[in-house]
Design a binder for this molecule. Structure first.
Ligand code: UDX
Length: 433
């Protein structure tokens, strides 16, 4: 099949490369000319495990191409997939629809023959109806069906998740469109669940899923606070809870709060959408509020790590919002660093992938170290904020020799507490003594 993917971000690029790998003929379109030029020259514009190899292989086979022109890519497409960003609107806090609308208006003129237009971006319930009307208005002759095709892939695992989805949700009432999308994924075996629902349900499933996972994280973070006061160990509590299949063991890792381009914005957007419809979503409201406070609490804990001693310099390991990505959007690490800077502390930071992105944000307001040990030199506190594997292997003996004061605040519970203490550190982690 011929597929055009609009938007080459964290969703569009891995999906486009993935569809090419499934044997489809794919053109990824972006209106950022510089980005398209980089992609055409063989450079991957974002970090995702396995993406470079996947892209190279499919570019070489001729199944994956890049373009900045809808006129060159939309007319021949059987399926046009919209995967542009829906960042929070600066005023309303709802998903900002300007990129979706712009893409729809532009593609409308180029639709030719029957086409399925699918929205992969996370969009408010009812967006499919709005975009369908917009395309009709712009091009009354166009023959197309609008489908909601939400994407559930995680950053850092986007390539893996593309090929191993828990489920495919396909939202449309059109049988032709259903069959077309089913064909798109026909090489996936019966183990991949396919759920055909109406378009609005499909749009709602995406928000409901992300918000539920965010609630789960907020829940375990509050449970961690409770464990700290009562002498329980949240790691053991989470393990015990997770053994109940009704609860499940995933998304029960306590930490510095959830970040990224999805959970923070989607929870706020859902609360706002609900309010507009006269519905109160108190659980999600509490999650949004709790997650904001979480980062202040963690910053306070880091500042107070050495007891009554002075803190001048803090080594931060981890800038990305989670491991496996260079993405710093809504990263708890950055918000915590901002609180520490406000308190007049010098920060030296290291992240295996996100240094370039963070340097654009901070310039010379913080120092960037060449590796994790360089970050520790003369630091009064080590704060671990992202759960990169290489931090798990930190040589604590070496670390103790480099630091000025021996304090570790492990906000991802990745170090061995007894080993840290045996090396002379005052060690604190999340939700355990
Ligand atoms: C999320 C959804 O998982 C994915 O299905 C959707 O398509 C996009 O949003 P992503 O933003 O890539 O994916 O990250 P995810 O792995 O879900 O983590 C989100 C945040 O929650 C991170 O800051 C992470 O550190 C935090 N988290 C996650 C926890 O603090 N504890 C956990 O147990 C899991």
């Amino acid at each position: 099949m011929k597929i055009t993917v609009i938007g080459t971000g964290y969703v569009g690029l891995p999906s486009g490369a993935g569809f090419a790998e499934l044997g489809h003929d794919v053109i990824c379109v972006d209106n950022d000319l510089a980005k398209v030029a980089l992609l055409r020259s063989g450079q991957v514009t974002l970090y995702e495990a396995g993406l470079e190899e996947l892209m190279m292989r499919n570019v070489a086979s001729g199944r994956l191409r890049f373009s900045s022109s809808m006129a060159d890519s939309v007319p021949q497409a059987d399926v046009v997939i919209i995967a542009v960003g829906t960042p929070p609107h600066p005023i309303t806090k709802e998903a900002d629809m300007k990129y979706i609308r712009a893409a729809a208006i532009e593609l409308a003129d180029h639709l030719s023959g029957y086409t399925v237009v699918a929205i992969k971006s996370t969009v408010p319930v009812g967006t499919g109806d709005e975009i369908e009307a917009l395309i009709h208005l712009k091009n009354p002759e166009a023959q197309f069906d609008m489908v909601s095709l939400p994407e559930f892939l995680r950053e850092g695992y986007a390539v893996y998740d593309f090929f191993h989805p828990d489920r495919l949700v396909i939202g449309t009432d059109s049988e032709v469109a259903r069959n077309t999308i089913a064909k798109l994924y026909s090489s996936f075996g019966p183990e991949t669940k396919r759920l055909f629902v109406n378009r609005r349900s499909s749009e709602a499933i995406k928000y409901a899923s992300n918000a539920f996972l965010a609630v789960k994280i907020h829940y375990i973070n509050e449970m961690a606070n409770f464990c700290e006061k009562t002498g329980a160990d949240v790691t053991e509590v989470a393990k015990g809870m997770g053994m109940d299949e009704r609860i499940g063991n995933r998304f029960l890792n306590p930490g510095p709060g959830f970040g990224g381009s999805c959970f923070p914005k989607d929870t706020i957007a859902l609360v706002t959408m609900a309010q507009k419809n006269g519905v109160k979503m108190s659980l999600i409201e509490a999650t949004v509020e709790g997650n904001t406070k979480r980062k202040q609490q963690v910053a306070k804990r880091i500042l107070e790590a050495p007891g009554s001693g002075d803190v001048h310099k803090i080594a931060v390991l981890g800038l990305a919002f989670k491991n496996g990505t260079d993405d710093c959007r809504e990263s708890p690490s950055l918000e915590i660093i901002n609180h520490l800077l406000d308190a007049g502390i010098s920060i030296v930071a290291y992240d295996p992938k996100a240094m370039k992105v963070a340097k654009q944000i901070y310039g010379d307001r913080i120092e960037f170290a060449s590796d994790m040990y360089a970050a520790l030199k003369d630091a009064d506190v080590l704060a671990i904020l992202t759960e990169w594997d290489e931090f798990r292997d930190l040589d604590l003996h070496k670390a103790a020799q480099l630091m000025n004061k021996l304090n570790i605040v492990d906000c991802r519970n990745i170090l061995n507490p007894s080993l840290a203490r045996a090396n002379g550190f005052s060690y604190s982690s999340i939700g355990r003594a």
